[in-house]
Design a protein around this ligand. Structure first.
Ligand code: HAM
Length: 420
């Protein structure tokens, strides 16, 4: 037989082992707890949707829809996409499930993997995970302030404090067109050969996105670009100043960033990102904004909405080495000649509330003790020939390197003391 190559993971799709997997679980649990305090209810969504949903919600001209979706036909030729984000699916599900008809305000949380065909690099992968919250039915500035404060609350609970909150307003259907016209007119005055290829294309398709180009030559040309603040209508200006005042009242410092435009087309009014300078070029840990009118655009009632998504891989980069790993097991049972007894003692200890394992095999005492150290167990319970004959167990404290014998019948009370 020829040599077989081993199967490999798909490029940009990572396997998450401990301690990363434990960190992800702890993020999800903290998110559930904190978002629950603000009235958010969890929704579990499918990973696949009809491709058309994303084109309609995110925008035909966005990079996500143009270049980054995993889209393929099913067996009947219908185009499906792996979700590149959660907002479109959440709104589709809530409209389809009748939630928007039953509730005047819907607060929904969802988490899980998203898929974008991007060039993998630090903080950017093709399968990544988001914690996503959507608040649908409230257009008031209080809703904007609350959801941003909730995101900051969650990050504080995760031990993260030093992120910059970038904030901007993108205007509304009434005032944005005048701004887009002014911006496009300005962009057309620039020498095209000094702009990157992306920006040249975006002048035609999505001029707002030119504003957040990271290319130094584009950035310097854009220094004198008109800013949205000069064009927004009094309603949008009032809304934005209320949001800022509410955040300020709560001690949430924000950085007004007139160039923050976001990569998805559904936004209006408030847009925000939480950015870190500690994790390299992909520094946006979370991003979101208001999307009034999007639910109607997807065939639902005309409701305002605001939401955000937090990237779990980027959060994990920030938390790397912060010691947020799972606790140590309480015990390991080494019983080279009594694997059956070890199994039954392990059950007794677990039922008393301790965590740990028993060796399965008849290996040597030395190798089983090594396994106890590798597991980082606090106590190694040893049953050698002498203990077997006397009905005892030797309890070794692995940190202090001390040991003492105990009758096996006393183990439940020993376990109860350890638990307390
Ligand atoms: P987004 O800015 O495209 O917004 O993504 C939100 C976050 O997901 C980013 O800030 C980043 O942390 C993470 N992220 C995005 N792409 C990748 C990637 N390729 N690899 C690793 N992490 C990534 C949205 O997705 C909107 N749906 C957020 C939203 C909800 N707006 C309103 N509601």
């Amino acid at each position: 037989m020829g040599s077989l190559t081993s199967p490999r993971a798909v490029k940009g799709f990572a396997d998450l082992f401990e301690p990363q997997s434990a960190l992800f679980t702890s993020m999800e649990n903290t998110a559930r707890r904190v978002f629950g305090m603000y009235g958010y209810k969890e929704l579990r969504l499918p990973l696949l949707e009809y491709a058309d949903l994303f084109a309609r919600a995110i925008g035909e001209e966005t990079d996500v829809v143009q270049k980054e979706m995993f889209t393929f036909p099913d067996r009947k030729g219908r185009l499906l996409s792996l979700r590149p984000e959660a907002t479109a699916g959440i709104l589709r599900a809530c409209a389809e499930g009748g939630l928007f008809r039953r509730e005047s305000l819907s607060k929904v949380f969802s988490c899980g993997p998203m898929f974008r065909y991007e060039r993998p690099q630090k903080g950017r992968s093709r399968q990544f995970h988001q914690l996503d919250c959507e608040c649908v039915g409230a257009g008031e500035p209080q809703a904007d302030a609350e959801i941003i404060l909730m995101l900051l609350h969650f990050l504080r609970e995760m031990g993260i404090r030093d992120l910059v909150l970038d904030l901007n307003t993108l205007g509304c259907r009434a005032c944005r067109p005048a701004y887009t016209r002014a911006l496009t007119a300005f962009l057309r005055t620039l020498p095209p050969d000094h702009l990157c290829e992306n920006c040249r294309r975006r002048i035609q398709t999505n001029p707002l996105r030119v504003l957040d180009c990271k290319e130094p030559s584009c950035r310097s040309l854009l220094r004198d670009a008109p800013l949205i603040a000069e064009y927004i209508c009094p309603d949008c200006a009032g809304h934005f100043s209320d949001v800022r005042a509410l955040l300020e009242d709560q001690g949430a410092a924000c950085n007004l960033n007139p160039r923050l435009v976001r990569g998805l087309d559904y936004y209006c009014r408030t847009a925000f990102e939480l950015v870190s300078s500690a994790i390299g070029a992909q520094g946006a840990v979370a991003g979101g904004g208001r999307y009034d009118g999007l639910v109607a655009q997807l065939g639902g009632p005309d409701l305002p909405g605001i939401g955000f998504a937090c990237g779990m891989e980027r959060l994990a980069l920030l938390l790397a080495g912060s010691g947020q790993e799972q606790g140590r097991p309480d015990f390991f049972i080494a019983a080279p000649k009594a694997a059956g007894t070890a199994l039954s003692l392990a059950q007794t200890l677990r039922e008393a509330g301790l965590s740990g394992e028993a060796a399965f095999s008849d290996g040597s005492l030395k190798s089983q003790m090594r396994q106890a150290s590798r597991n980082r167990a606090r106590f190694c319970l040893i049953i050698g020939e002498e203990e077997l004959a006397r009905g005892t167990v030797m309890i070794r404290d692995m940190d202090k390197a001390t040991q003492q014998p105990l009758p096996r019948t006393d183990l439940p009370s020993w376990a109860a003391e350890r638990r307390a």
